[in-house]
Ligand binder design. Structure first.
Ligand SMILES: *Cc1c(COP(=O)(O)O)cnc(C)c1O
Ligand SMILES: [Zn+2]
Length: 396
């Protein structure tokens, strides 16, 4: 496996055991816990000036803080997405500044590209011939695309309700797609069955250690785009929490390397139709309880049993953030408001972040001089049909 100089293998987030990344590729062999990439930070000498001198040309510009070097990466220049100023939203939320991190500008239209660029790079380094995952849709599309680029086969399990664009593009990339009647957990069960006896390399979130690792670069970029000013709040549409956990890790790394001097408060935004993280947060629990009847139109965050909930809840606590749930109706209204007041296209799933921010503002969670970042995790037109029918429901 070709690795970067400071990469120091994996550490289990549960039992703390350490492993070399060559022999251990997924969960902790001791306890089944989630493995996290580690680094020898003393070896990393990165300054603001170093980073500013580099072209803003994709997430691999932070290669020292990634396990695999750019040379060995399966990449389509994902990352370095714009941070869009939203003065009308700042007025409406009564805060100093609102910016939207527009992850819709990634190669397959979502931030899932960041995680899959790294996870598929790792798969190739580990000699995999096939990758496999369960996905609500966007991760499956990213997986099929990056597998195609790496010359690997992909096996993607999606629930029947996954959106049309995702299913179509998994086919277009040559992925082997199984559409499973039901919801995410049904697709996950079918995926586990199909993997029996196959030598497939999983890129399911938090099964591979590399998806949250790729997504942490979103935070690095935000810090740099804000001229090293740490944003006060980051609101993230939360399903499995991969991006939230990744960004919180990235924020601690930048702080510990002396590049920034604080941590942003992280907020998990969910739909009231599937809010296991918000429930656990409100109850003060360290882990979630499975949501019995998930029912939200926000498919990307309909994750009733997020296995990484202890990591998500830790990140919320450590960063002095929080969690918020809003109904689908409000979420869809927020997507329309953002589209009409700022022009930015937010899908239904992502708009949970906007809707959550409104709710947090109403709960007086924000200060009047705050900088609030809303994560637009995918391009709006992946869910254009949902937004358009919402208008029709209003007679428009
Ligand atoms: C996957 C996805 C999410 C949720 O991501 P997690 O890291 O699993 O919480 C949010 N928005 C969109 C558009 C997604 O595709
Ligand atoms: Zn362990």
């Amino acid at each position: 496996m070709e690795t970067t100089a400071a990469f120091d293998g994996l550490e289990c987030t549960d039992c703390g055991e350490r492993f070399d990344a060559e022999s251990v590729t997924h969960d902790c062999p001791e306890c089944g816990g989630i493995c996290d990439p580690t680094y020898d930070y003393e070896e990393i000498n990165l300054t603001r000036t170093d980073l500013e001198a580099r072209p803003f040309d994709g997430q691999w510009r932070y290669e020292e803080l990634l396990p695999i070097p750019r040379d060995a990466a399966v990449t389509m220049d994902e990352g370095t997405t714009p941070l869009i100023e939203c003065p009308a939203l700042a007025d409406e939320l009564d805060v100093g500044r609102v910016v939207i991190k527009d992850e819709g500008r990634n190669p397959t239209g979502s931030f899932k590209d960041r995680g899959h660029a790294l996870a598929v790079s790792a798969a190739r380094e580990h000699g995999a011939s096939d990758i496999v995952l369960t996905s609500a849709g966007n991760a499956g599309q990213a997986a099929a695309a990056y597998a195609a680029r790496a010359g690997l086969d992909s096996h993607v399990f999606v629930p029947s309700r996954a959106n049309f664009v995702n299913k179509a593009m998994i086919n277009v990339h040559g992925g082997d797609m199984t559409v499973v009647e039901g919801r995410f957990e049904d697709a996950a069960a079918a995926c586990a069955d199909a993997m029996e006896g196959e030598d497939w390399y999983s890129t399911s979130s938090f099964t591979t250690p590399y998806r949250h690792e790729g997504k942490k670069t979103m935070y690095y970029e935000i810090a740099e785009q804000l001229d090293w000013e740490v944003p006060d709040r980051i609101v993230y549409p939360t399903g499995g929490g991969v991006g939230l956990v990744g960004m919180h890790k990235g924020a601690k790394e930048f702080r510990d390397l002396g590049l920034t001097d604080d941590l942003p408060a992280m907020y998990a935004a969910q739909s009231s139709g599937c809010a296991p993280i918000v429930d656990a947060w409100n109850a003060g629990d360290a882990t979630h309880e499975t949501w019995d009847t998930p029912d939200t139109i926000c498919g990307g965050i309909e994750i009733p049993d997020p296995g990484a909930s202890p990591l998500i809840l830790d990140a919320l606590r450590e960063s002095d953030g929080g969690a918020v749930a809003t109904p689908d109706e409000d979420i869809l209204d927020s997507a329309i408001t953002v589209a009409q007041h700022e022009g930015v296209e937010m899908g239904a799933t992502c708009a949970a972040a906007a809707s959550g921010a409104w709710e947090l503002a109403e709960q007086n969670e924000f200060e009047s001089d705050d900088t609030v970042v809303l994560m637009n995790t995918a391009t709006g037109n992946k869910e254009d049909d949902i937004l358009r029918s919402h208008l029709m429901g209003k007679g428009i």
